[in-house]
Design a protein around this ligand. Sequence first.
Ligand SMILES: Nc1ncnc2c1ncn2[C@@H]1O[C@H](COP(=O)(O)OP(=O)(O)OP(=O)(O)O)[C@@H](O)[C@H]1O
Ligand SMILES: [Mg+2]
Length: 376
Amino acid sequence: MGTHIVQLERATKAFALPEGGTITALHGIDLDVERNEFLTLLGPSGCGKTTLLHAISGFVQLDAGKVRIDGDDVSDRPPHRRPVNTVFQNYALFPHMNVGNNVGYALDIAGTERKERNQRVGAALELVGLAGLENRLPRQLSGGQQQRVALARAIIARPKLLLLDEPLSALDRNLRQAMQIELKTLQAELGISFIFVTHDQEEALTMSDRLAVLNKGVIQQIDTSRTVYDRPTNAFVASFIGASNLFEGTAARSGGNTLIATADGLRIEAACSGGWKPGDGAAATALIRPEQFSLVGPGAKGPTIGIDIEQVVFTGLNFQIHGHTPSGRRIVAIIAAVRQADVASAEADGKARLGYDPAAVHLLPDDGTAAAEMAA
Ligand SMILES: Nc1ncnc2c1ncn2[C@@H]1O[C@H](COP(=O)(O)OP(=O)(O)OP(=O)(O)O)[C@@H](O)[C@H]1O
Ligand SMILES: [Mg+2]
């Protein structure tokens, strides 16, 4: 038995469009999912997340490539012959069955003894916070409650692999955070591998062992949350996960460091420990996360960027300072709430000097994303 619960090899899928032509939803995707891993798929609407899950579950037949689950090539098997359960994006409950029968469906099919069946249905409903609602019909529940019934129905049979397509999207923030923790615990306790789709980057960062960022049917980066956030492989990933200040320009060596000279006259200094190092004259984009900036005085050591402040937003944890450089480049900085007095005096001046540590600047090969964003 290999270590991987899922292996996709060159998975390719194109759909014929009714208006003519085709769209390639998966572009030769290679993906290995570890046993007991919590893997999250993140990417913009239409990038292929649902198609990727369906390729694993069998609801989508690949045009080319292979799907292996638990070492077996299941590429030609229908969904019911794959050891997988799916929580669908549109939850798809049986409308004529009550909650208890929806949740107990897999156990009823398997002929599980009545007492155990009822006990497991009760426990699954308890877990999703719906104890006692066995006799309701789906239409007698809110959208968030229906979504939780779908979750309970998917986990009750304890599959080796659970595919979850935005399973928490209909829940309010508090319930969503509670369910995030429940799902994480459940995954660790049952030893199930999860492939989890979400639009919510905070959810993706907090829940996952690893994160795969998709765009246009291609995996842009797959790694731990920390690495994807700190060391994105390109400007698309950098701007999709977390807020980012991107400075596209031309690289020049300067002592041990690299300077990125932008067209609007900024010089961004990067210490480049690890990660990609551009050669002299190469096109490169420097990434500075908003929280890497600090408010500094006029005599500050180290590199700085001066901005005119447009808006200061207090979020409870910190201040977001939105502003622009003299050339009109937009900058966002996040300053800890304890620096309230400094933020207030900068706000009164309408100006701020932002310092940063060159070691916290990450360099990316230029893929055109930053330039496209500037133009937008
Ligand atoms: N059955 C289909 N026929 C034609 N095109 C399809 C079909 N299913 C999906 N597509 C197209 O394939 C692409 C990927 O769709 P997919 O549903 O995988 O996106 P997604 O990442 O899940 O998006 P969302 O976040 O909006 O759910 C989209 O451009 C979509 O329009
Ligand atoms: Mg989808």
